[in-house]
Design a protein around this ligand. Structure first.
Ligand code: PLP
Length: 414
């Protein structure tokens, strides 16, 4: 074998066409180094040595090769290639957090005077970012009901440039019809962004349903073990490379190579984790529905969910790994006391505010993720004082339900 042939064989950068997502999740990467490392290398370097001034000048002009890590880094680029391959997208760009991915989209696509239509029930910080921060720069946002396609249609104005949805939503798991919103966006000449953090490409492919951009908080399921912050956007080469690339280069919402490396390894098990955590979540949701002190369970995988059929069609027949439930309790104070009792009685679950971790997490949305809303805003969003959110992990499902049972079975003796 010639040295060139051997180098090509070791590098394994060229994969055959037609590989399936599970394979792409463990195999997509830039070429390995001359050492032939089998696990993707972590390149912790800010700058890259150039062979000569001419090459340096060319690389700074065409941005193809590596120059400086705010612009690009081999580990970050491997993550981007892998994410795009799994999503079935032309390209992906990684960012420091999920929120900075939204910031990048708005900086890249909008200017003062432009109008955004956003679901009323998206992630709390996303609402603040649109309502407060972008408002300061003259970008106006209309918030509409997540599941009411007619409301989205009626909110369109000549200045509408962007539609922003998240499905299922946090914490009530409302599901919107991505294909229907894509049609509204097309009619308006606007870009549709879908926050795909809850489902990931394993369960849901917004681009294949007509969305323009699929957005991630990589902090959640992509890392999958609660270690690092990250974000990403998948979409067309034109938007990712020509529109968002320059924003990241100049504004610097760049992902750290270390965090990218953690996510690269996380993606290798994403498929298995999504399946196992969703199966656990469905079992927990069914168990909760049978508990006398539980008034209502919110989970797209249950037949009782208002958009169950749409969710099953859109999410590969799987409900995801987040379940919320309301405790019985008439007065808000009593409902809150009951929720706190159930949370405080757990001995296994983590009392925290995150999701997508292998460790199950129990959260009281009204005093944490949605604590900054006014009581009226919370009520409009359907976030009651007796609402509990579970981000279901990989523990044995009976240990999860036993842990919830500790509080539920002692509620009446409160
Ligand atoms: C966590 C989250 C975000 C924000 O991502 P960060 O990585 O925390 O910045 C955005 N959308 C959804 C649905 C989330 O759960």
């Amino acid at each position: 074998m010639s040295q060139d042939d051997e180098a090509r064989r070791i590098a394994r950068a060229q994969l055959p066409a037609g590989l399936r997502p599970e394979t792409l999740a463990v195999r997509t990467a830039l070429a390995s180094s001359q050492h032939g490392e089998n696990s993707e290398a972590l390149f912790l370097t800010s700058a890259y040595v150039q062979p000569d001034a001419e090459t340096s000048a060319r690389r700074f002009a065409d941005m193809e090769d590596f120059t400086y890590s705010r612009t690009s880094n081999p580990t970050v680029r491997t993550l981007e290639a892998r994410l795009a391959a799994m999503e079935g997208a032309e390209a992906a760009v990684a960012t420091a957090t999920g929120m900075s991915a939204i910031l990048m989209i708005i900086m890249g696509l909008l200017k003062a005077g432009d109008h955004v239509i956003c679901s009323r029930s998206v992630f709390g910080s996303t609402i603040s970012l649109f309502a407060k921060e972008f408002g300061k720069f003259g970008v106006e946002t209309t918030f509409v009901a997540q599941t009411d396609v007619q409301a989205w249609r009626e909110a369109v104005k000549p200045s509408t440039k962007l539609l922003f949805a998240e499905t299922p939503t946090n914490p009530l798991t409302d599901v919107c019809d991505i294909a229907a919103l894509a049609e509204v966006a097309r009619g308006a000449g606007a870009v549709l962004v879908v926050d795909n953090t809850f489902c990931t490409s394993v369960l849901q492919r917004p681009l294949s349903l007509g969305a323009d951009l699929s957005l991630y908080s990589g902090t959640k399921f992509l890392d999958g073990q609660g270690r690092v912050m990250a974000g990403a956007v998948c979409g067309s080469k034109r938007l990712i490379q020509d529109v968002f690339g320059p924003v990241v280069r100049s504004a610097g919402m760049t992902l750290s190579p270390f965090n990218a490396w953690v996510l690269i390894k996380g993606l290798e098990t994403l498929n298995l984790r999504m399946a196992a955590q969703s199966a656990n979540a469905l079992a927990v949701a069914r168990w909760l529905e049978a508990q006398p002190d539980v008034a209502r369970v919110y989970y797209p995988g249950l037949a009782s969910h208002p958009q169950h059929e749409l969710a099953m069609r859109q999410q590969s027949g799987v409900g995801g790994a987040v379940v919320s439930f309301d405790l019985r309790g008439d007065a808000p104070e009593a409902a809150k006391a009951a929720a706190f009792h159930v949370i405080n009685s757990t001995q296994v679950l983590s009392v925290a505010t995150n999701l997508g971790d292998t460790k199950s997490i129990i959260t009281h949305p009204a005093t944490t993720s949605h604590g900054r809303l006014t009581p009226a805003q919370r009520q409009a969003a359907g976030i009651g004082e007796g609402l509990i959110r579970l981000a279901v992990g990989l523990e044995h499902v009976d240990d999860i339900t036993d842990d919830l049972q500790r509080g539920l079975s002692t509620l009446r003796s409160q």
